[in-house]
Write a protein that binds this ligand. Structure first.
Ligand SMILES: Cc1ncc(COP(=O)(O)O)c(C=O)c1O
Length: 321
């Protein structure tokens, strides 16, 4: 992918990507195993993975106001953190390159290990990688430590995964695509997208009775997230729901059944990532097959991107989009 060839124009005078397209909404391909079920009124996918070759999925929404703020505050460097397959770092490296901001990141891992395809891309896009052990990496939740790092590197700090107030603000904009749906399904990691969208939905319906507000069904991609789910629901408010049992063994775990599902949807023309969106679709299928969905309802499933992460799974790396 030639990152230099991306053309940029400014919609917001300080930030917009002209090669960024508006997300499309298309019907989900219905695999043969679902075809005998009672049809639902609508099962649509919001294709955020197609908005940009790299800064795609929910990443653009989480990053955009952070980039604007960094520029406004006069920073020429962004600092963040992530794991070796991080979609966030990948998108950040690209965004930094195209907006003329240096990027640096703390990476959970070790310098002597071969770089993952994700980190190789990040380096190629100019990101400076600083490897840290697990203990140091844990400090990313300590605001004081983050501020110290930002000061030491004269950089604007962006929390892991872009999960901060400006990330929420960007994700709130996704609510415009949710109108007319009864339920909106999405994957959850930190919950930034979930909370941002919940706020956006609420704000977009100030005059209307709560019964028309689409219900958000989050599928948690991490194991042991009951407390996180509780906190998110408390903040997002009713009537939303979070499924904490569809992580398939934990974050990044990709059992054979999930691989098979990804390959089936590849054949049907819907590329999924193993960490977030494939688990989301599997959970949706499961709910449908077990009669938990309502055939009178319209469902929207958010494809939040992450396709670059397929390269982290050997069986998918050959066929990565
Ligand atoms: C592709 C993809 N989908 C979903 C998520 C989960 O988003 P959030 O952390 O906002 O819950 C992430 C993580 O950022 C992601 O990379």
């Amino acid at each position: 992918m030639n990152i230099d060839s991306l053309a940029f124009s400014l919609k917001n005078p300080s930030l917009s990507i002209s090669s960024l397209s508006a997300p499309s909404i298309e019907a989900m391909p219905i695999l043969p195993r679902l075809a005998h079920l009672r049809p639902l009124k609508a099962v649509d996918i919001l294709h955020l993975e197609k908005i940009h070759p790299i800064v795609s999925g929910n990443k653009w929404y989480k990053l955009k106001y952070n980039l604007i703020e960094a520029k406004k505050q006069g920073f020429d460097s962004l600092l963040s953190c992530g794991g070796p397959h991080s979609n966030h770092l990948h998108a950040l490296a690209c965004a930094g390159q195209v907006f003329g901001l240096k990027t640096k990141a703390f990476v959970r891992g070790y310098e002597h290990l071969p770089l993952t395809p994700t980190l190789l891309d990040c380096q190629r896009m100019g990101m400076v990688l600083m490897f840290v052990d697990k203990q140091t990496y844990k400090q990313r939740y300590d605001d004081q430590w983050c501020q110290q790092q930002a000061d030491a590197h004269s950089s604007y700090w962006i929390a892991e995964g872009g999960d901060n107030a400006l990330g929420h603000q960007g994700c709130a904009e996704l609510s415009e695509y949710c109108q007319g749906y009864d339920e909106v399904w999405l994957s959850i990691g930190s919950g930034c997208t979930f909370l941002g969208l919940a706020a956006g939905i609420r704000a977009s319906l100030p005059q209307v009775s709560e019964s028309i507000e689409p219900l958000m069904q989050g599928i948690l991609a991490i194991k042991g997230g009951a407390q996180l789910a509780e906190n998110l629901l408390l903040e997002a408010g009713m009537p939303h729901k979070i499924d904490t049992e569809s992580h398939l063994g934990g974050f990044g775990k990709c059992p054979a059944a999930l691989l098979a599902l990804i390959k089936e949807y590849d054949q049907a023309g819907l590329a999924l990532d193993p960490v977030y969106t494939a688990k989301l679709i599997m959970a949706f299928e499961h709910h449908w097959q077990t009669g938990l969905l309502d055939d009178e309802k319209r469902y929207l499933i958010i494809h939040s991107g992450g396709l670059q992460g397929r390269r982290g799974i050997a069986a998918l790396s050959e066929s990565s989009p």
